[in-house]
Design a protein around this ligand. Sequence first.
Ligand code: HEC
Ligand SMILES: [Cu+2]
Length: 397
Amino acid sequence: MNTLLLNLLATTDGVRPSTTWFPENASTDNNVDPLFYFIFWICAFFLVLNAGLMIYFAIRYRQRNKQGAAHGHTHNTAMEVTWSVIPAIILAIIFIWGFRGFLDMANPPQIAPEHEIAVNGYQWAWDFTYPNGETVRGVGAEKPALHVPAGVPVRLTLTSSDVLHSVFIPAFRVKKDVVPGRVTQLWFEPVYDASRETVALDVPDPADPNQTVTLHPNEYDLFCTEYCGQAHSLMITKVYVYSPEEYATWYASMTVTPPTTPLIELGSNLYVQKCATCHTIDGSANTGPTWQNLYGSTHGTSAGPTLADDAYIIESIRNPGAKIVDGYGNNMSAFPNLTDREIRAIIEFMKTISDNAEADEDLTYGDLNDDGTLKTEGEADGSGDDAGGGDAPAENE
Ligand code: HEC
Ligand SMILES: [Cu+2]
């Protein structure tokens, strides 16, 4: 009974601990738990009442001495009205309560654009793309995780690249199908609780890319809850809930690349994130030409035979329509958010998959100027780790 009261009277601050029936609850505006307990206790009450009366009557009015059944009342209007009206009222309460909860879930409140997160499900992971155009990268073997701010409503717009999936975040009491060819949505307002156990996440410091800062979000599970194939269960990942200040830091850190990042690794990540839907690296054609052996080769374009050197590749990305590769349409979008340094990283990655070029494995992000050119001896001291020092003034522009 304590849990019932706890859940009916709960305020919206703090994370409610898990109970026998529910995992902890880390979102406000939760209709699920109180309604569940309401129905649960009604069922418990009538189970005991009905089963108790049945057992009592079976004993009290059992057949004795071959005595025939007595004829009793066939009708009691007062009783029948009572046992129709009371359940009808209870059902109406459950319906209205449930319907209001459904409407709440289906109709997000006003959501700030920066709290709209695009979620794409595929076999077998989720991509989380934020309004700054950045997609969360998995760390090592870890899948990409969902990062959300506390204290504000957050909306997820859900799409699928292949089959039916379903997002389920038990701690927020939300679940929604992710259907190919359709956009669905769900929303929640997370609660941050510093008194709960937090995890320590290191991210690049937006104020100084040479440093990392440690953030302390609460951690929850996110599941795919629609059986979607062999590795369905591996779609499990984490949700990190930050205090508003820490979320701002995390959000800014998404676009920060530490100077020590190897250029090839950065280029490879960018390729996976932004280009792999149209370009392969194994020689097969897709919407766009493959990148295998592209760098340093000469091939036909709308401007005649063209050598794929740095200038050509930069132009192809900045202004895709300038020279169209023979056999392809003008189907590439420009990527205004890519910085010159990032394009440089992509070029370095392209060299690793071309027989016509030699990639420099030692180059790091810190070895580049803002315009993507290599720092000269005076600016960099040759060690990637310190190169960021020369970078600091430029960062303040
Ligand atoms: C929507 C599909 C699409 C995406 C995404 C895309 N491209 Fe392209 N890309 C194309 C198409 C189509 C062509 C060929 C037509 C042309 O030359 O514009 C092309 C051509 C290129 C070329 C010239 C290739 C050659 O063989 O000469 C380069 C370089 C290039 N893309 C780089 C990129 C980079 C870098 C990204 C990711 C940041 C990217 N593309 C993302 C469709 C795409
Ligand atoms: Cu799935």
